[in-house]
Design a protein around this ligand. Structure first.
Ligand SMILES: Nc1ncnc2c1ncn2[C@@H]1O[C@H](COP(=O)(O)OP(=O)(O)OP(=O)(O)O)[C@@H](O)[C@H]1O
Ligand SMILES: [Mg+2]
Length: 320
């Protein structure tokens, strides 16, 4: 499978930036063609910077980035014709109506009128916007405006879609409709680079994921790969009978309502389950969630940041 986006040693320092840290530092990754690729990381990690460089809105300071084989520096035109972008912050044209803004966008991208009309109709249905189709964009609520931008981009025929926090501010029903539209677009063999703070969303949609922290790539792979890369791939909750001291030998213990949460390895999880059953404690057991992995990896990075004597862990081995 060829890669749709290839970054090699990508670096970005914003002009005039006083921060000691670059926005991106030596970031290399490959986004395979087709399907959803999730980009996650805390605020300021560098996700939007990456998306803006890939969408040819911003030049990198160092390194190389290719989209569909074209260089973001020098082949912007070829890239722009093949991509569509939901920026983190954006406003569709205020003076148009919802259906007009979608139709106009598709026409501007070069779709024939009948095709643009059909796609507009379908996406309005898909994202439950039909009842608002005649409403002026300036009169929409924030969430409906966001949905309109998602509709424009998801209805397009672009080969690569950049969705920078597309579902922020959407109600839970609308979020799921956007998920379905993203899935539909990915089935059309298009590549979707998705950034999101909703880790359930990242997990539900992404074939592969990259976790970025302070401009660096910390973990990369399929959700199963990421689990395989961390020290504690299981989460066990224990309520009653067993105390913190009983649990600490098994892994990392934290308090939860009415008991404890233990992050642990596979054989330790089995051993702990046996012990809990013996003493009659209430137990749940399962693989760690993406959120657990995120909190652990990012938590360790913050600890390293605040204790400079510790050697910093970099790259794919930085797992929990
Ligand atoms: N236009 C800019 N000028 C100077 N610094 C910037 C600019 N845009 C972003 N930065 C800085 O670059 C770093 C990465 O920011 P970026 O917006 O890429 O993060 P992000 O991962 O998208 O965060 P968020 O989750 O909050 O959207 C941050 O330190 C930020 O302050
Ligand atoms: Mg951002």
């Amino acid at each position: 499978m060829s890669a749709a986006i290839v970054a090699k040693g990508l670096g970005k320092v914003y002009p005039g930036s006083r921060s000691a840290l670059p926005a991106l530092a030596d970031l290399s990754l490959e986004v395979p063609s087709g399907g959803v690729y999730g980009l996650i990381g805390r605020n300021g990690a560098g996700k939007t910077t990456f998306v803006r460089i890939a969408a040819t809105q911003l030049n990198p300071t160092s390194g190389e980035l290719r989209v569909l084989g074209y260089d973001v520096e020098g082949e912007e035109r070829a890239i722009r014709a093949r991509i569509a972008c939901v920026p983190q912050e954006s406003r569709p044209l205020y003076f148009l109506r919802v259906e007009e803004v979608i139709y106009t966008y598709l026409k501007m991208r070069g779709l024939p009128p009948t095709d643009a009309r059909r796609r507009t109709h379908d996406v309005l249905e898909e994202l439950s916007l039909t009842e608002y189709r005649r409403r002026l964009v300036s009169r929409l609520s924030g969430g409906l405006r966001r949905r309109t931008i998602c509709a424009m981009v998801l209805a397009s025929d672009a080969d690569v879609l950049f969705l920078d926090e597309p579902t922020t501010g959407l109600d839970p029903l609308a979020r799921r409709e956007v998920w379905e539209a993203i899935r539909r677009a990915s089935r059309e063999n298009r590549t979707i680079l998705l950034t999101t703070h909703y880790l359930d969303e990242a997990e539900a949609l992404s074939r592969r994921l990259a976790l970025v922290e302070r401009g660096r790539l910390m973990l990369e792979g399929s959700p199963a790969d990421l689990r395989g890369r961390v020290r504690y791939p299981y989460r066990v909750t224990v309520q009653g009978r067993l105390g913190r001291a009983d649990l600490e030998p098994y892994g990392k213990v934290s308090d939860i309502e009415g008991g404890y949460l233990v992050f642990t390895g596979e054989s330790e999880a089995r051993e702990l389950a046996r012990r809990a059953l013996e003493v009659g404690a209430h137990l749940t057991i399962g693989p760690v969630s993406l959120e657990d992995i995120f909190l652990d990896v990012v938590g360790r990075s913050i600890e390293e940041e605040t204790s400079p004597s510790t050697e910093s862990a970099e790259g794919e081995e930085a797992g929990a």
